[in-house]
Design a protein around this ligand. Sequence first.
Ligand SMILES: [Cu+2]
Length: 350
Amino acid sequence: MTLFPLLIPILALSPPVQEPDSLSPGTTLVASSETRATDHAPIGVMGDHTHRAGEWMVSVRSMCMSMTGLRDGSTDLTPNALLGNPMMGTGYLSVPTSMTMDMLMFGAMYAPSDELTLMAMVPYSRKDMNLTHTSGATFSTRTEGLGDVSLTALHDVSEEVHVALGLSIPTGSTTERDTALGMGGVPTDVRLPYPMQLGSGTFDLRPGVTWTRRTDDWSFGAQGTYVARIDENEEGYALGDEVHATAWVARNLASHWSVSARLAYLDRGNIDGTDETQGTPGGMPPAIALPNADPNLQGARRMDLFLGVNHVTPDGHRLALEVGTPVMEHLDGPQMSTDWIATIGWQWSF
Ligand SMILES: [Cu+2]
Protein backbone atom coordinates (compact mmCIF):
# COMPACT_ATOMS: atom_id res chain seq x y z
CA MET A 1 0.00 0.00 0.00
CA THR A 2 1.76 3.14 1.26
CA LEU A 3 5.10 1.41 0.72
CA PHE A 4 5.09 1.66 -3.03
CA PRO A 5 5.50 5.41 -3.55
CA LEU A 6 8.73 5.06 -1.55
CA LEU A 7 10.07 1.99 -3.28
CA ILE A 8 9.44 2.89 -6.88
CA PRO A 9 11.80 5.88 -7.22
CA ILE A 10 14.58 4.02 -5.41
CA LEU A 11 14.13 0.88 -7.50
CA ALA A 12 14.01 2.89 -10.70
CA LEU A 13 17.14 4.88 -9.89
CA SER A 14 19.28 2.07 -8.60
CA PRO A 15 22.09 1.02 -10.94
CA PRO A 16 22.69 -2.54 -12.15
CA VAL A 17 24.35 -4.95 -9.75
CA GLN A 18 28.13 -5.06 -9.92
CA GLU A 19 30.32 -8.17 -10.05
CA PRO A 20 29.24 -10.28 -7.10
CA ASP A 21 32.89 -10.83 -5.98
CA SER A 22 32.91 -11.03 -2.18
CA LEU A 23 29.38 -9.71 -1.73
CA SER A 24 27.46 -12.94 -1.39
CA PRO A 25 24.29 -13.59 0.65
CA GLY A 26 24.80 -12.52 4.23
CA THR A 27 27.64 -10.21 3.23
CA THR A 28 30.03 -10.40 6.13
CA LEU A 29 30.27 -7.36 8.36
CA VAL A 30 33.20 -8.80 10.25
CA ALA A 31 36.65 -7.26 9.89
CA SER A 32 38.14 -7.51 6.42
CA SER A 33 39.88 -5.34 3.89
CA GLU A 34 36.53 -5.25 2.06
CA THR A 35 34.81 -3.37 4.90
CA ARG A 36 32.92 -0.41 3.54
CA ALA A 37 30.81 2.05 5.45
CA THR A 38 27.97 1.66 2.94
CA ASP A 39 27.63 -2.01 3.93
CA HIS A 40 25.48 -0.73 6.78
CA ALA A 41 22.05 0.86 6.56
CA PRO A 42 21.59 4.15 8.43
CA ILE A 43 21.73 3.53 12.21
CA GLY A 44 18.00 4.25 12.65
CA VAL A 45 17.15 1.09 10.67
CA MET A 46 16.88 -2.17 12.63
CA GLY A 47 17.50 -5.61 11.16
CA ASP A 48 18.82 -4.26 7.85
CA HIS A 49 21.31 -7.09 7.39
CA THR A 50 21.92 -10.75 8.14
CA HIS A 51 25.12 -12.47 9.21
CA ARG A 52 27.15 -15.48 8.12
CA ALA A 53 27.20 -18.65 10.21
CA GLY A 54 28.94 -18.16 13.55
CA GLU A 55 29.08 -14.34 13.44
CA TRP A 56 28.02 -12.24 16.42
CA MET A 57 27.14 -8.58 16.67
CA VAL A 58 26.49 -6.46 19.73
CA SER A 59 25.18 -2.90 19.56
CA VAL A 60 24.05 0.06 21.63
CA ARG A 61 21.92 2.86 20.25
CA SER A 62 20.86 6.07 21.95
CA MET A 63 17.67 7.40 20.36
CA CYS A 64 16.16 10.79 21.21
CA MET A 65 12.85 12.17 20.04
CA SER A 66 11.63 15.69 20.77
CA MET A 67 8.01 16.79 20.44
CA THR A 68 6.61 20.28 20.89
CA GLY A 69 3.13 21.70 20.57
CA LEU A 70 -0.16 20.21 19.52
CA ARG A 71 -1.57 19.44 16.12
CA ASP A 72 -4.88 18.22 14.72
CA GLY A 73 -4.66 16.87 11.20
CA SER A 74 -1.94 19.10 9.73
CA THR A 75 -2.94 22.20 11.73
CA ASP A 76 -0.98 23.44 14.75
CA LEU A 77 -3.04 24.42 17.79
CA THR A 78 -2.27 26.59 20.83
CA PRO A 79 -2.89 25.29 24.38
CA ASN A 80 -5.21 28.24 25.10
CA ALA A 81 -7.54 27.18 22.31
CA LEU A 82 -7.93 23.76 23.92
CA LEU A 83 -8.04 24.43 27.67
CA GLY A 84 -11.32 24.91 29.54
CA ASN A 85 -13.52 23.10 31.99
CA PRO A 86 -14.19 19.51 30.89
CA MET A 87 -17.21 19.30 33.26
CA MET A 88 -18.79 22.17 31.30
CA GLY A 89 -17.66 20.77 27.97
CA THR A 90 -15.58 23.88 27.26
CA GLY A 91 -12.17 22.21 26.86
CA TYR A 92 -9.48 20.06 28.44
CA LEU A 93 -8.30 20.27 32.05
CA SER A 94 -4.67 20.06 30.86
CA VAL A 95 -2.78 19.66 27.61
CA PRO A 96 0.81 18.59 26.92
CA THR A 97 3.16 21.27 25.59
CA SER A 98 6.37 19.30 25.02
CA MET A 99 7.75 15.81 25.42
CA THR A 100 11.11 14.10 25.06
CA MET A 101 11.68 10.39 24.70
CA ASP A 102 15.19 9.01 25.24
CA MET A 103 15.80 5.36 24.62
CA LEU A 104 18.89 3.20 25.05
CA MET A 105 18.57 0.17 22.81
CA PHE A 106 20.85 -2.80 23.48
CA GLY A 107 21.05 -5.33 20.65
CA ALA A 108 22.63 -8.68 19.95
CA MET A 109 22.72 -10.70 16.71
CA TYR A 110 23.94 -14.25 16.12
CA ALA A 111 23.79 -16.40 13.00
CA PRO A 112 23.50 -20.15 13.69
CA SER A 113 23.68 -20.70 9.90
CA ASP A 114 24.21 -18.71 6.71
CA GLU A 115 20.45 -18.68 6.15
CA LEU A 116 19.26 -17.74 9.65
CA THR A 117 20.20 -14.77 11.86
CA LEU A 118 18.71 -14.24 15.31
CA MET A 119 18.37 -10.80 16.87
CA ALA A 120 17.40 -9.63 20.37
CA MET A 121 16.67 -6.03 21.31
CA VAL A 122 16.34 -4.65 24.84
CA PRO A 123 15.13 -1.04 25.15
CA TYR A 124 15.41 1.18 28.22
CA SER A 125 13.35 4.38 28.01
CA ARG A 126 12.89 7.68 29.74
CA LYS A 127 9.92 9.89 28.90
CA ASP A 128 9.39 13.45 30.11
CA MET A 129 6.23 15.41 29.42
CA ASN A 130 5.48 19.05 30.24
CA LEU A 131 1.84 20.10 30.54
CA THR A 132 -0.22 23.25 31.06
CA HIS A 133 -3.24 23.17 33.39
CA THR A 134 -6.40 25.16 32.66
CA SER A 135 -5.51 27.39 35.67
CA GLY A 136 -2.36 28.48 33.84
CA ALA A 137 -0.07 26.38 36.09
CA THR A 138 2.45 24.08 34.48
CA PHE A 139 3.66 20.66 35.63
CA SER A 140 5.66 17.74 34.31
CA THR A 141 5.54 13.96 34.51
CA ARG A 142 8.27 11.36 33.97
CA THR A 143 8.60 7.62 33.48
CA GLU A 144 11.72 5.53 33.17
CA GLY A 145 12.36 1.82 32.80
CA LEU A 146 12.60 -1.27 30.65
CA GLY A 147 10.55 -1.29 27.44
CA ASP A 148 9.31 -4.25 25.40
CA VAL A 149 12.04 -6.79 24.58
CA SER A 150 11.91 -8.18 21.03
CA LEU A 151 13.24 -11.39 19.47
CA THR A 152 13.55 -11.58 15.69
CA ALA A 153 14.50 -14.26 13.17
CA LEU A 154 15.90 -13.05 9.84
CA HIS A 155 16.10 -15.30 6.80
CA ASP A 156 17.80 -14.63 3.45
CA VAL A 157 15.55 -15.35 0.49
CA SER A 158 17.98 -14.04 -2.14
CA GLU A 159 21.21 -12.12 -2.43
CA GLU A 160 19.37 -8.83 -1.91
CA VAL A 161 16.26 -9.70 0.07
CA HIS A 162 15.66 -11.04 3.55
CA VAL A 163 12.48 -11.53 5.51
CA ALA A 164 12.09 -11.12 9.26
CA LEU A 165 9.62 -12.23 11.87
CA GLY A 166 9.84 -10.51 15.24
CA LEU A 167 8.03 -11.15 18.48
CA SER A 168 7.72 -8.28 20.96
CA ILE A 169 7.31 -9.42 24.57
CA PRO A 170 5.37 -7.18 27.01
CA THR A 171 8.22 -6.56 29.46
CA GLY A 172 7.54 -2.78 29.54
CA SER A 173 5.18 -1.39 32.16
CA THR A 174 1.68 -0.16 31.25
CA THR A 175 0.86 0.99 34.80
CA GLU A 176 3.32 3.89 35.31
CA ARG A 177 2.15 6.65 37.67
CA ASP A 178 3.12 10.21 38.53
CA THR A 179 1.67 13.38 40.01
CA ALA A 180 -0.58 15.52 37.80
CA LEU A 181 -2.71 18.58 38.51
CA GLY A 182 -6.33 17.49 38.86
CA MET A 183 -9.60 19.41 39.21
CA GLY A 184 -9.01 22.72 40.97
CA GLY A 185 -5.27 22.35 40.41
CA VAL A 186 -4.90 19.78 43.22
CA PRO A 187 -1.77 17.57 42.80
CA THR A 188 -3.06 14.03 42.31
CA ASP A 189 -1.25 10.71 41.86
CA VAL A 190 -2.64 9.18 38.65
CA ARG A 191 -1.91 6.45 36.13
CA LEU A 192 -0.19 8.25 33.25
CA PRO A 193 -1.78 8.47 29.78
CA TYR A 194 -1.01 5.99 27.00
CA PRO A 195 2.00 7.74 25.35
CA MET A 196 3.83 7.93 28.72
CA GLN A 197 3.63 4.17 29.35
CA LEU A 198 6.79 2.13 28.69
CA GLY A 199 5.36 -0.90 26.89
CA SER A 200 2.40 -2.04 24.81
CA GLY A 201 1.28 -4.66 27.34
CA THR A 202 0.64 -7.04 24.43
CA PHE A 203 2.61 -9.65 22.54
CA ASP A 204 3.17 -8.09 19.12
CA LEU A 205 4.14 -9.79 15.86
CA ARG A 206 6.53 -7.86 13.61
CA PRO A 207 6.83 -9.32 10.13
CA GLY A 208 9.12 -7.46 7.77
CA VAL A 209 10.97 -7.55 4.49
CA THR A 210 14.23 -5.78 3.61
CA TRP A 211 15.89 -5.20 0.25
CA THR A 212 19.45 -3.95 -0.08
CA ARG A 213 21.78 -3.47 -3.05
CA ARG A 214 25.44 -2.51 -2.91
CA THR A 215 27.85 -1.22 -5.49
CA ASP A 216 31.42 -0.01 -5.02
CA ASP A 217 30.43 3.49 -3.99
CA TRP A 218 26.71 3.33 -3.26
CA SER A 219 24.20 1.31 -1.33
CA PHE A 220 20.43 1.34 -1.51
CA GLY A 221 17.81 -0.24 0.66
CA ALA A 222 14.16 -0.39 1.54
CA GLN A 223 12.35 -2.03 4.41
CA GLY A 224 8.71 -2.56 5.32
CA THR A 225 7.60 -3.73 8.77
CA TYR A 226 4.16 -4.31 10.26
CA VAL A 227 3.44 -4.28 14.00
CA ALA A 228 0.41 -6.44 14.80
CA ARG A 229 -0.93 -6.41 18.37
CA ILE A 230 -2.07 -9.81 19.52
CA ASP A 231 -5.18 -9.63 21.73
CA GLU A 232 -5.46 -6.82 24.30
CA ASN A 233 -3.38 -6.13 27.41
CA GLU A 234 -4.29 -6.65 31.07
CA GLU A 235 -5.43 -3.02 31.27
CA GLY A 236 -8.12 -3.66 28.66
CA TYR A 237 -6.75 -2.15 25.45
CA ALA A 238 -4.39 -2.73 22.53
CA LEU A 239 -2.23 -0.01 20.99
CA GLY A 240 -2.89 0.61 17.30
CA ASP A 241 -1.14 -1.51 14.69
CA GLU A 242 1.74 0.19 12.88
CA VAL A 243 3.08 0.21 9.34
CA HIS A 244 6.71 1.27 8.94
CA ALA A 245 8.20 1.79 5.49
CA THR A 246 11.62 3.24 4.83
CA ALA A 247 14.03 3.65 1.91
CA TRP A 248 17.58 4.93 1.93
CA VAL A 249 20.61 5.65 -0.18
CA ALA A 250 24.21 5.86 1.06
CA ARG A 251 27.41 7.02 -0.62
CA ASN A 252 31.00 6.18 0.33
CA LEU A 253 33.14 9.24 0.99
CA ALA A 254 36.42 7.55 1.84
CA SER A 255 37.07 3.90 2.45
CA HIS A 256 35.59 3.91 5.95
CA TRP A 257 33.13 6.78 5.86
CA SER A 258 29.73 7.15 4.26
CA VAL A 259 26.80 9.53 4.30
CA SER A 260 23.15 8.58 3.90
CA ALA A 261 19.71 10.02 3.21
CA ARG A 262 16.56 8.21 4.24
CA LEU A 263 12.80 8.63 4.14
CA ALA A 264 10.75 6.85 6.81
CA TYR A 265 6.97 6.54 6.78
CA LEU A 266 4.87 5.65 9.81
CA ASP A 267 1.16 4.87 9.87
CA ARG A 268 -0.09 4.22 13.41
CA GLY A 269 -3.66 3.32 14.26
CA ASN A 270 -5.76 4.44 17.21
CA ILE A 271 -6.09 2.38 20.40
CA ASP A 272 -8.61 -0.45 20.59
CA GLY A 273 -10.40 -0.43 23.94
CA THR A 274 -9.75 1.75 26.99
CA ASP A 275 -7.53 1.53 30.05
CA GLU A 276 -9.93 0.08 32.64
CA THR A 277 -8.89 2.61 35.31
CA GLN A 278 -9.85 5.65 33.21
CA GLY A 279 -12.13 7.97 35.11
CA THR A 280 -11.77 6.07 38.43
CA PRO A 281 -10.08 7.74 41.44
CA GLY A 282 -6.30 7.43 41.01
CA GLY A 283 -6.76 5.92 37.56
CA MET A 284 -5.80 7.30 34.16
CA PRO A 285 -7.48 10.70 33.62
CA PRO A 286 -10.62 10.58 31.46
CA ALA A 287 -10.32 11.42 27.77
CA ILE A 288 -12.35 14.63 28.25
CA ALA A 289 -9.69 15.94 30.68
CA LEU A 290 -6.50 15.19 28.75
CA PRO A 291 -6.22 14.66 24.96
CA ASN A 292 -3.42 12.08 25.15
CA ALA A 293 -5.60 9.96 27.45
CA ASP A 294 -8.08 9.60 24.55
CA PRO A 295 -7.72 6.20 22.79
CA ASN A 296 -9.12 7.80 19.61
CA LEU A 297 -6.45 10.55 19.50
CA GLN A 298 -3.40 8.32 18.99
CA GLY A 299 -3.35 7.66 15.26
CA ALA A 300 -0.66 9.27 13.11
CA ARG A 301 0.75 9.36 9.61
CA ARG A 302 4.21 10.81 9.38
CA MET A 303 7.07 10.98 6.89
CA ASP A 304 10.51 11.75 8.30
CA LEU A 305 13.62 12.74 6.33
CA PHE A 306 16.93 11.62 7.87
CA LEU A 307 20.56 12.44 7.10
CA GLY A 308 23.23 10.18 8.51
CA VAL A 309 26.91 9.41 8.68
CA ASN A 310 28.59 6.00 9.16
CA HIS A 311 32.15 5.22 10.13
CA VAL A 312 33.52 1.68 10.17
CA THR A 313 36.90 0.49 11.39
CA PRO A 314 38.84 -2.40 9.83
CA ASP A 315 38.36 -4.45 13.02
CA GLY A 316 34.56 -4.61 12.81
CA HIS A 317 33.44 -1.57 14.78
CA ARG A 318 30.94 0.91 13.47
CA LEU A 319 29.94 4.34 14.79
CA ALA A 320 26.99 6.11 13.24
CA LEU A 321 24.71 9.09 13.66
CA GLU A 322 21.39 9.87 12.04
CA VAL A 323 19.20 12.94 12.50
CA GLY A 324 15.72 13.49 11.08
CA THR A 325 12.69 15.72 11.05
CA PRO A 326 9.14 15.24 9.77
CA VAL A 327 8.41 16.44 6.24
CA MET A 328 4.76 15.37 6.56
CA GLU A 329 2.73 14.85 9.72
CA HIS A 330 -0.98 14.16 9.92
CA LEU A 331 -2.32 13.43 13.41
CA ASP A 332 -5.64 12.28 14.86
CA GLY A 333 -5.35 15.18 17.27
CA PRO A 334 -4.98 17.22 19.29
CA GLN A 335 -1.76 15.26 19.63
CA MET A 336 1.89 16.14 20.21
CA SER A 337 3.83 17.09 17.07
CA THR A 338 7.32 15.68 16.42
CA ASP A 339 10.22 18.15 16.05
CA TRP A 340 13.24 15.95 15.50
CA ILE A 341 14.63 12.47 16.03
CA ALA A 342 18.28 11.52 16.48
CA THR A 343 20.03 8.18 16.80
CA ILE A 344 23.67 7.61 17.67
CA GLY A 345 24.98 4.09 17.81
CA TRP A 346 27.88 1.68 18.08
CA GLN A 347 27.99 -1.82 16.65
CA TRP A 348 30.68 -4.47 16.84
CA SER A 349 30.81 -7.61 14.71
CA PHE A 350 33.04 -10.56 15.61
CU1 LIG B 1 24.24 -7.42 12.78
